[in-house]
Design a protein around this ligand. Structure first.
Ligand code: FAD
Length: 374
């Protein structure tokens, strides 16, 4: 890069709020700040020519928790914390749909289905016998009378004959989502500066040190770098986790009707215009997938290719595309919203649910920021 004087002056110009990272969380935070406090100068710094982490690389499930996931969460963190996460997902999805509009999201209200493999019999029995408990549990968070129901599995032969269906879930196109959010942020006056890699936060002098001898001063900094957060804030409990995904060509006779997940959400697949998108399996290779490097590996490719054959025999010869994205995870599933010092706020660790909670988190981060500004 060979910045001109004019470019450098623009990039380094002060703003009331600097947001680092232009994924769903960073962009939603900017929109929420500008909705609540029009005229605030907001600058978003992004190293990619595009959001380059998870927000445009995810599977596009608009989901708020399967039964196996809820039971797992309750056993690890108790009912209250589990409910709070469901509530954040639910509120985030309502906000996203209202803000972007279902047409612009390419939203399909196709529902979500939890499947079980024959070897998951114990988990299946536990989930099926807990439907009433889960329906009651999340009613407070969503207001929905009945979320989960048990249905007969007629289409997917490689899975057990009972499944759990949630008609309130759906799917969307993540790039359409981000395009719309980015233009909303720009319309409201946010300056989005791409191609600038921040290498260090100099908190003493309140400066972002960047490649190419760029130094950006900040009064208030909101860090929304999720899976990459440890590169700049190593003491936070957030570590990267790669998720690999494949997409087939359109498949004649593709009978997938909803978004599907199994294994507590670690494996997921859906129909997109007759194609099958399938991803996940990082729990099978925990060490290999604890990385912030993009890429596809032999082990996950084999696992997903075999899974695809179970979902739709013969489909593995139609795989067209592989990619990966980077999540931010930690000991707790709860996202981090934390002041690092008086001038740096972190909003990271979205796990596999940033599409769902991102807009809600944006509101929370904006509220914190505005309180500081006034
Ligand atoms: C394959 C996959 C499938 C998923 N499926 C779903 C799903 O179906 N439903 C769901 O709710 N969630 C899903 N998720 C999770 C969801 O996509 C993420 O939680 C969410 O996108 C995180 O958004 P973010 O804005 O926090 O982070 P990101 O989108 O990762 O954005 C962070 C940004 O910070 C930038 N950045 C980082 N470091 C620097 C630096 N030093 N200098 C400048 N810029 C920097 C990056 O380039 C990036 O653009 C999935 C994730 C993956 C990977």
């Amino acid at each position: 890069m060979n910045y001109s004087f004019w470019e450098k002056k623009y990039i380094q110009a002060p703003a009331e709020v600097i947001i680092l990272g232009s994924g769903i969380v960073g962009i939603s935070t900017a929109i929420s700040i500008l909705e609540a406090r029009p005229g605030t100068t907001v600058k978003i710094i992004e190293r990619g020519s595009w959001p380059y982490g998870a927000s445009t690389k995810n599977a596009g499930f608009s989901c708020f928790g399967s039964v196996s996931e809820l039971l797992d969460d309750v056993s690890h963190m108790g009912e209250d914390a589990c409910l709070e996460i469901v509530s954040m997902r639910w509120q985030g999805l309502q906000k996203l749909k209202n803000r972007v509009g279902v047409n612009s999201l390419e939203y399909s209200s196709c529902g979500g289905t939890e499947l079980f493999r024959p070897r998951d019999k114990e988990l299946q029995d536990k989930c099926l016998s807990s439907l009433e408990y889960c329906n009651k549990l999340i009613k407070d968070a969503t207001g929905l009378e009945t979320t989960y129901s048990s249905l007969h599995n007629e289409d997917l032969k490689g899975f057990s004959d009972r499944l759990i269906y949630n008609r309130h879930e759906g799917t969307l196109n993540p790039v359409s989502m981000m395009n719309c959010l980015i233009s909303k942020a720009a319309d409201k006056g946010a300056h989005i500066i791409r191609g600038v890699n921040v290498t260090r936060i100099d908190s003493e002098n309140r400066l972002l040190e960047c490649d190419e001898d760029i130094c950006i001063p900040y009064d208030l900094l909101v860090v929304c770098t999720n899976g990459f957060a440890a590169q700049l804030l190593p003491h936070l409990d957030v570590r990267p986790a790669r998720n690999q995904v494949l997409m087939t060509a359109p498949i004649p006779g593709n009978r997938l009707k909803s978004g599907y997940h199994l294994d507590k959400g670690y494996v997921y697949f859906r129909n997109y215009e007759g194609r099958i998108l399938l991803g996940g399996g990082r729990n099978l290779f925990p060490e290999e997938e604890s990385t912030d490097k993009f890429g596809n590996t032999t082990g996950i490719r084999e696992f997903l290719t075999n899974m695809l054959e179970i979902i739709h025999p013969g489909a593995s010869s139609l795989i067209e595309h592989w990619w990966s994205g980077i999540l931010g995870i930690g000991e707790s599933k709860y996202p981090i919203i934390q002041w690092i010092d008086d001038y740096i706020l972190a909003g990271v660790r979205m796990g596999g649910m940033g599409v769902a909670i991102g807009s809600h988190l944006g509101d929370k981060l904006a509220n914190e920021t505005i309180e500081k500004l006034t």
